[in-house]
Design a protein around this ligand. Structure first.
Ligand code: SAH
Ligand code: SF4
Length: 366
């Protein structure tokens, strides 16, 4: 049985062609599934009855299941979403005055093993399907619409105005499914988000960044975290394969096609590891030729990480050095901490963590 949530509009048109139907059916189905959230073929009134019956026999529209929904004191929401019997992933909604941002996962676990990340500490289990990635947006939309206050919004109004591919996993390591899911997010017959409001965060898979700029250029965030190769090799091990100089060159190539004229560099602040004034000056050298902004992320602790959050005074000094050099710098506010929904705290749920850590794929294979 095929799950139609796995297809973008072009793929749906191919599917309809393969069963002898007109391609415009794809547009109708996209609207029902994604714009109106209707998953029962019987309710799709502008599709002929015979076709509805045929679709019901050979296909399904099935969302992943929600195992748990939690709401933080600050309004942040987290969904634990089941992908199969053993694993689950997490999706986080962050309401702010002028926007609502959904943080979406792309993999169960992550193979890249950054030393300060709890998803990385789990090891890699598997890629999410397109239905599981776009399903997170559908589930969050559906659930938020039922909330008091939100249900009064006109049907076309977006509760979720922005999407960030910053949840569990490295999105560019699940390239095809992530790109297809983002195409659905951007599709006017589906969610109609603008490219500027969809941000993909990567630890720096250079060849995939080059592909992305051709296939689906969205806003780009790059997880830098260290101002020299020696340190980045340790805390973001993929750096051994794609070192800083290559990464900076890839950022500049990406900017030729990007919907925004800057890259956002994310930099997790680890006490005594990467947060000194000296590090800040080195960082300015590294990014010298790249149009960029900085997002400093105070480290969010998790059990046995071995790291501490930088002292607030150190973060301020670091920020001021970057700002005095003329850069826009934000310090990320920690949201949803009481429900473990903050950056790097997303771990989902796995049956056997020991085994999965052994499951790590060597970087050479990525
Ligand atoms: N794999 C992608 C996207 C997911 S991680 C990437 O690495 O960019 C999203 C962001 O959260 C990254 O910048 C990541 O480095 C950061 N992060 C990971 N663990 C963290 C932690 N414990 N505290 C704060 N930020 C963390
Ligand atoms: Fe993977 Fe990103 Fe975590 Fe690194 S920071 S282990 S790339 S999810």
């Amino acid at each position: 049985m095929i799950n139609l949530l796995n297809y973008n509009q072009a793929q749906l048109a191919d599917y309809f062609a393969s069963i002898g139907e007109k391609p415009f059916r794809a547009k109708q189905l996209m609207r029902w599934m994604h714009r109106f959230g209707v998953h029962d073929f019987e309710q799709m009134t502008d599709i002929a009855k015979v076709l509805r019956e045929k679709l019901a026999i050979e296909s399904e529209i099935t969302l992943p299941t929600v195992q748990l929904e939690q709401v933080s004191n600050d309004g942040t929401r987290k969904w634990l979403i089941g992908t199969d019997t053993a694993n689950s992933i997490e999706t986080v909604f962050i309401p702010e005055d002028d926007r609502g941002t959904l943080c979406i996962s792309s993999q169960v676990g992550c193979a890249l093993a950054c030393t300060f990340c709890s998803t990385g500490a789990q090891g890699f289990n598997r890629n999410l399907s397109v239905a599981e990635i776009i399903g997170q947006l559908a589930i969050a939309n559906q659930s938020l619409r039922q909330e008091p206050g939100y249900e009064l919004l006109p049907a076309g109004e977006r509760i979720i105005s922005n999407v960030v591919m910053m949840g569990m996993g490295e999105p560019l390591a699940n390239y095809d499914n992530v790109v297809t899911a983002m195409q659905i997010m951007l599709d006017d017959n589906a969610y109609g988000l603008s490219r500027r409001r969809v941000t993909l965060s990567t630890s720096g898979l250079v060849p995939a960044m080059d592909r992305l700029k051709e296939d689906c250029p969205v806003a780009l965030a790059v997880s830098l975290h260290a101002p020299n190769d020696a340190l980045r090799d340790v805390i973001v091990p993929i750096n051994k394969k794609y070192p800083l100089k290559e990464l900076m060159a890839a950022c500049n190539r990406y900017l030729e096609k990007a919907p925004r004229d800057f890259v956002t560099f994310e930099y997790v602040m680890l006490d005594g590891v990467n947060d000194t004034a000296e590090h800040a000056h080195q960082l300015l050298e590294v990014v010298r030729n790249v149009s960029c902004k900085f997002n400093l992320i105070p480290f969010n602790p998790f059990p046995n990480s071995g790291y501490q959050t930088s002292k607030a005074s150190h973060i301020r000094v670091f920020r001021d050095i970057l700002m005095q050099a003329g850069y826009v710098v934000t310090v990320r506010k920690t949201r949803g901490e009481d429900i473990d929904a903050a950056c790097g705290q997303l771990a989902g749920k796995v049956l056997d963590k020991t085994k999965r850590t052994a499951n790590r794929i060597p970087i050479e294979a990525i």
